[in-house]
Write a protein that binds this ligand. Structure first.
Ligand SMILES: [Zn+2]
Length: 149
């Protein structure tokens, strides 16, 4: 099975470091599961908006984030303002199943380990060091892959 990135995925991929682009391209060739690139490089303002999700105005203010970005009732999506997405060293992906993104939050479909293996194999093959957010012990971030610098 060979999958192809959509134009939207390619546009996002083009914003990140060339090594991450190579790994992500090879990963899709190796992966038994189709996936999309959902996020590439972010601006600081985009990161601040994400930081506001799941945080109160006071928490935003304490972190130097505009209070208007606070969305305390939303789910938290990021743990830092110092994301590797800012430097273009990270991508987020999502499994693409039956024409839609399938985050497989329960893990029942077993999609993430397959995608992660494809990324790791691609990185090994290309001699690039990467980390998968799904391997992090404190807070797992399964859609996230970043270059180790
Ligand atoms: Zn990420």
């Amino acid at each position: 099975m060979t999958f192809k990135y959509s134009q939207a995925s390619l546009t996002r991929l083009a914003t990140v470091h060339p090594d991450m682009q190579r790994v992500a391209r090879r990963a899709l060739e190796l992966s038994p599961v189709d996936f999309s690139i959902t996020q590439g490089k972010r601006t600081l303002d985009e990161q601040k908006r994400l930081y506001g999700k799941g945080r109160t105005a006071a928490q935003c203010r304490a972190a130097g984030v505009p209070e208007s970005y606070a969305q305390p009732s939303a789910a938290k999506v990021t743990w830092t303002l110092n994301s590797n997405h800012l430097s273009g060293n990270a991508v987020d992906v999502a499994p693409f199943v039956n024409g839609k993104l399938e985050y497989d939050d329960s893990g029942k479909l077993g999609l993430w380990p397959k995608i992660a293996k494809a990324f790791k194999d691609a990185a090994n093959e290309l001699g690039v060091s990467i980390e998968w957010g799904g391997d992090w012990t404190k807070t797992k971030d399964r859609p996230h892959f970043e270059l180790v610098r």
